[in-house]
Design a protein around this ligand. Structure first.
Ligand code: CMC
Length: 428
């Protein structure tokens, strides 16, 4: 890191703060001593200008529409690698050689079963519970099962917990689906790939053989890769913040799942497809564009806009092409895809969307593909959580190993009442 400095003038007194270079991207002003020096906090709701940590995992250039994992562009990873390879890359920093990949895949495969007692948890949920509600509860419950991997200061235990989370998430997600449709849980199969096994646990039934379609396995694997990590987004920051207190790793991931569920974050894929279905036909698009632009209407075009990307979301580019490929190969003609394409074209030419730099994001096309594969909309965010677990555990590991790590403890601009005396209830 090459240091130089920024002068900040506070009430006529100049102060020097170091400027730190990353390997690429904006420099940061090191304000760690700012409060001690000035008795002032900095104010940054939504953390739009605040780097909360140092990280070597994922880099985003929002203006150029670039997303790199450990330096590798997302489109190359999506087109040429596998989800297991990307998981290894994010966790270990380098692409694996063949032997390392085989060993890693084998380790993950051998952790896919969940404790049999865990399956009884599902019966406590209503059959119509949202699967994300089930995921929050069941993943949190993992912390009561695996006591041999909770010493977060031991790298070996951290690794075991990470492998367990990556391996068990597909099983837990598939069980959430099976529970909602009233079908028996399907055990994992070690002869299948990570993604093939997940699809088998989701869609197979004991009554008949289930044939994995390589087109679907490929598309699903691509979707997992595209959702694997995305630097310090809301759910990842939640995992880091929860983990910064030394909390149980399974509980930290449950916190991440809770955050991801929101419609402004991972829940947008479900909301985007529901919106496209509600629009129904291209002739109704202008009505929805007008609503999105109306300041008095809270409606937003779901699957549009991003805090960081002010140019195309590179993940959306890959998915836009994949949506056509998958529907073509499966011989499905879905009017929702036509509506999506038309909406994209109209919005991209509209002054409001152009000025605000609002482009389709990863959630805009993923729903069309997931629906073609056969997932109900409520499962979309679950699939996002499954894939993002890789990023969450990699970021959590990075945080715990960082010597600069401290408990996350933001400050505030207090605007409530100043000190006043308590008044007994009969005098109020
Ligand atoms: N439709 C209409 N207007 C929008 C939209 C949208 N989808 N997104 C942003 N705007 C407007 C917004 O009203 C605001 O206008 P103004 O400056 O006049 O008040 C301006 O654009 C900036 O919006 P913002 O809310 O300040 O931007 P943000 O960076 O805080 O929010 C966002 C980013 C993704 C939450 C937001 O664009 C949004 O709500 N999009 C729809 C939900 C969505 O698709 N989320 C998925 C994000 S990608 C996957 C993930 O991260 O999980």
């Amino acid at each position: 890191m090459a240091d130089n400095s920024a002068k900040i003038d506070i009430n006529g007194t100049a102060q020097d703060y170091g400027i730190i270079d990353g390997s690429v991207g904006p420099q940061v002003v090191d304000i760690r001593k700012f409060y001690a020096n000035t008795d002032m906090f900095t104010y940054d709701p939504g953390f739009t200008s605040t780097a909360s940590c140092e990280s070597g995992l994922t880099y985003i250039d929002g203006d150029q529409g670039i997303l790199l994992h450990r330096g590798y562009p997302i489109d190359q990873l999506a087109e040429q690698s596998s989800f297991m390879e990307v998981a290894y890359l994010l966790l270990n920093g380098e692409l694996p050689g063949k032997n390392d990949l085989d060993t890693f895949t084998n380790t993950i495969t051998r952790h896919t079963m969940v404790h049999e007692q865990l399956s009884t948890f599902y019966r406590g949920f209503r059959r119509d519970a949202h699967p994300m509600a089930i995921m929050c509860g069941v993943v949190g419950a993992l912390s009561s099962f695996y006591h041999d991997s909770t010493d977060i200061n031991d790298p070996v235990q951290r690794r075991i917990a990470s492998h367990r989370l990556i391996a068990k998430m597909p099983t837990i997600a598939a069980m959430a689906y099976k529970y909602s449709v009233g079908q028996p849980f399907v055990y994992p199969r070690n002869d299948l790939s990570y993604t093939g096994n997940f699809l088998n646990m989701t869609f197979s039934v004991p009554a008949e053989e289930y044939h994995l379609d390589p087109v679907i396995v490929d598309a699903m694997d691509k979707i997992f890769i595209l959702h694997a990590d995305h630097e310090q987004n809301a759910s990842t920051s939640t995992v880091r913040l929860a983990g910064s207190s030394g909390a149980n790793p399974f509980a930290c991931i449950a916190a991440g799942i809770a955050c991801l569920w929101g419609p402004a974050h991972g829940g947008a894929n479900e909301a985007a497809l529901n919106m496209l279905r509600e629009i129904g036909t291209p002739d109704r698009i202008p009505e929805y564009i007008a609503r999105a632009k109306d300041k008095n209407d809270p409606f937003r075009l779901m699957g549009f806009g991003h805090r960081v990307y002010k140019n195309f979301d590179p993940r959306a580019k890959v998915l836009s092409k994949a949506a056509t490929d998958v529907l073509d190969k499966l011989g499905i003609s879905d009017p929702v895809l036509d509506t999506a394409r038309e909406l994209e074209q109209i919005a991209l030419k509209d002054d409001y969307f152009v000025e605000k730099k609002l482009y389709p994001n990863v959630d805009f096309y993923s729903g069309v593909i997931l629906s073609a594969i056969g997932f109900p909309t409520e499962m979309f965010t679950v699939l996002f959580a499954l894939a993002r677990t890789v990023g969450w555990v990699a970021q959590w590991n990075e945080m715990i190993s960082d010597p600069a790590q401290r408990i996350g403890r933001p400050r505030q601009l207090y605007t409530g009442p100043t000190m006043r005396d308590y008044v007994p209830v009969d005098k109020r």
